[in-house]
Design a protein around this ligand. Structure first.
Ligand code: SF4
Ligand code: SF4
Length: 97
């Protein structure tokens, strides 16, 4: 999924390092490899690739991750239409939100 990204600067994702226990669940469940573990704590390594699916926040045992007030609105339309645009070689409306 590394070639299919959300809109730069749009992701509302925050990480409370104090609350993180370093279990690695966010690293495992994130389809876009947003997180990495460093010194037994999660860190955000690629914020703009986040599509706000909410999987990390849902699976974090300590509620250290905040995605957005709806717990992840996500924009599957944006990702899928970006993929279609790439395959067709012409721009398709990328987001219907
Ligand atoms: S899932 Fe939560 S507690 Fe576990 S590493 Fe990620 S942020 Fe830390
Ligand atoms: S909201 Fe989804 S894409 Fe964004 S960091 Fe969490 S699991 Fe990854």
């Amino acid at each position: 999924m590394k070639d299919f990204r959300y809109i730069d600067g749009a992701a509302i994702l925050t990480l409370n390092k104090e609350a993180c226990i370093g279990c690695g669940m966010c690293v495992t469940v994130c389809p876009h490899r947003i997180f990495a573990l460093q010194d037994k704590k999660a860190k955000i390594v690629d914020l703009n690739a986040c599509m706000e699916c909410g999987a990390c926040a849902t699976n974090c045992p300590t509620e250290a991750i905040f995605v957005n007030p709806d717990n992840g609105c996500g924009c599957a339309s944006m990702i899928i239409n970006s993929w279609i645009s790439k395959v067709r070689g012409k721009q398709v409306n990328v987001c219907s939100c």
